[in-house]
Structures are given as C-alpha cells and as structure tokens.
Design a protein around this ligand. Structure first.
Ligand code: PMP
Length: 310
C-alpha cells in the first residue's frame, strides 16, 4: 500500500529536488486526462534496496509520452530519469517504496494539446510502501474475488492501450467502483467483442491443463509484471501463450491470477460468484508467487537483469 507523502519528503520536479510541500502546480493545470505516468516498486533486501525493472518502466513512460505527443525536455532522457528515481529513494532513505514518475502539461491544455506549444512538466514522487495484508510482504497475497463489469474495456481506437495515460484510467475506476459495490474485490473488463482484457489495474492469467494463457495486448496494458511472469513460467518449462478468452473459460479454469506492480501476483478464487478451481491458491499460482517474491527481494539470484541497486 502506498503511504501519503510527508511534507518534508524530497520529490523531483522539472530537474530540481524539492520538498513535497514546495512542489506545487497551478490551478490552471487542468488537462482532460492527458498525461502519462508509471508505478515502479523498490524492495528492501539484505544490502539495502533494489528497484524492480527500472529500465522497462522508464522506457514505458517515455513510450506513453510519445504516443500522446508529449515532448519531454531533451535532457530528461531515460538515463536521467533512472538516476532521478534512484536518487529520490536515497534522499528519502526509502527501501520498500513506490515510485511514481509522471508527465503533465502546464496551463490550460485545451482539446488539442499536442498541436500547441505547451510546457511539458515532469515529476517523480517516491513514497513508502507498507504491506496491506498479511502475506503481502512475502509476496503471497491471499485469493480475491472478481466480477465481470458492465463497463466495456475501451476500444483500442478510442484511447490507446499502449500508453499508460491518465485518461485511460476512468474506465477502470468506474469498473472497480461498481465491482466493490457488488461485493467483489475488483472488476474483470471485457472488450467490445466480449473477450477478457484485464482488471481495473492488472493483467489476467489462466491456468488450464497445466498450461498458462493470457489475453493478447489489444486492449490491455503491456504489464511489466505480466512479462516477468511469462519469463518465470517459461523457465519452469510451462507452456505460455496469448489467446482470446471468454469469461466462462475463467469459470472453468484450474487457476486464475492477476499481475501488476502493486498487486504482484494475486490468486482469484471466484468470478461472478463461480468458484474457480478449488477456490484457493492453486499450485501454479503459488509457485509463481514464490519465485516472483524471491526475485524481487533478491533471495534468488536474478539472471534476467531485472534489479537495479539503489
Ligand atoms: N493493466 C492496467 C490497466 C494497469 O494499470 C496495470 C498497472 N500498471 C497493469 C495492467 C499491470 O502493469 P504492470 O505489471 O506493469 O504494473
């Protein structure tokens, strides 16, 4: 769980490290959801802390900005933004932490911001991460429930799913609130053809007959945890493939789990009130949860180059 920033915590804004209380925006910075961001985790380990897949997150931020035609000042390139994120963790003496780099426009953006000479601002917040539930700190979050949403996942040509863009999140927020009001932990969003895409903020995996399946990325974010799970599962010798799936394939799956930087890997015990498998953490999910936790915390030697020391 992300903690609130403290007023004296250092943040980074447009090239300067400043206290959180001094990093202000203008009341006119209102942009109809045009902006991009990332969510990155740092993990405490025996030597201090490591950031998980810093490069991939920073590159996705820059790709998201490119898709929205938000030109960052040239000096804020990938290497610079990586250094800033590491430096913020050091300055705030954070170990288990959440980094939130984001890019936004200064001033009233209007409806065609990409065609105007607006100032693009870049900021990074580094916040303490505290475990929400028992088991979370060990990477073995308990099973959760999902409900198919009445909100359809946005069409790939309405907003662009390859961008982790602010406005894209309205769809997921509506869906999650509806699911919570119906007593589920999160929503499962289907695309306009009725196929499974993702939850409000995580990718979906299905285990059936010993193989692993995940929906294609047409309408889902290209999750970095999703990619990590694909690599880990392949290293166990499991067959992993992308394919379109209907909601009832999840009802009859052996296991379902979701993946994301915040949730890591979390088993799903039911969808729409139908128990999935044994309605408990399945063996494949458990193996992946443990492998992921061992990687991010450095208990397993990571051969994939996923960790950056703080
Ligand atoms: N889908 C959505 C909509 C998300 O917001 C996230 C979280 N960033 C994910 C999937 C998972 O992505 P990642 O594993 O990179 O955190």
């Amino acid at each position: 769980m992300i903690s609130e920033p403290r007023p004296d915590h250092a943040v980074w804004l447009d090239g300067e490290f400043v206290p959180f209380s001094a990093a202000t925006m203008q009341i006119s910075d209102h942009h109809y959801g045009v902006g991009v961001f990332e969510g990155v985790r740092a993990y405490a380990n025996a030597e201090g802390a490591v950031v998980f897949r810093l490069r991939e997150h920073t590159e996705r931020l820059l790709r998201s900005a490119h898709i929205l035609r938000m030109g960052l000042p040239q000096r804020f390139d990938r290497d610079h933004l990586e250094r800033v994120q590491l430096e913020l963790l050091r300055r705030n003496r954070l170990r288990d932490a959440y980094l939130r780099p984001f890019v936004f426009y200064s001033g009233i953006a209007g409806l065609a911001p990409g065609t105007r000479d607006l100032r693009v601002r870049v900021a990074v917040l580094a916040l303490e991460w505290t475990a929400e539930r028992a088991g979370d700190a060990e990477g073995i979050a308990p099973p959760m429930t999902l409900r198919t949403s009445s909100f359809v996942r946005q069409h790939p040509n309405s907003v662009l799913a390859k961008a982790k863009a602010n406005g894209n999140y309205m769809n997921g927020i509506l869906a999650r609130e509806e699911a919570r009001e119906c007593g589920a932990d999160d929503a499962l969003l289907l695309d306009q053809d009725g196929y499974v895409t993702e939850t409000s903020g995580a990718n979906v995996f299905v285990v059936a007959n010993g193989a692993l399946y995940t929906p294609p990325l047409t309408s889902a974010l290209a999750g970095i945890t999703r990619d990590s799970v694909i690599v880990l599962a392949a290293s166990f010798g499991m067959s992993v493939s992308e394919r379109r799936m209907t909601r009832d394939e999840l009802y009859i799956a052996d296991e379902v789990f979701i993946t994301g930087t915040a949730v890591e890997i979390r088993p799903v015990r039911s969808l729409d009130g139908r128990a999935i498998g044994s309605a408990a953490r399945g063996p494949v999910t458990e193996r992946l949860q443990r492998a992921y936790a061992d990687h991010v915390r450095g208990r397993e030697v990571c051969r994939h180059g996923w960790l950056t020391s703080v």
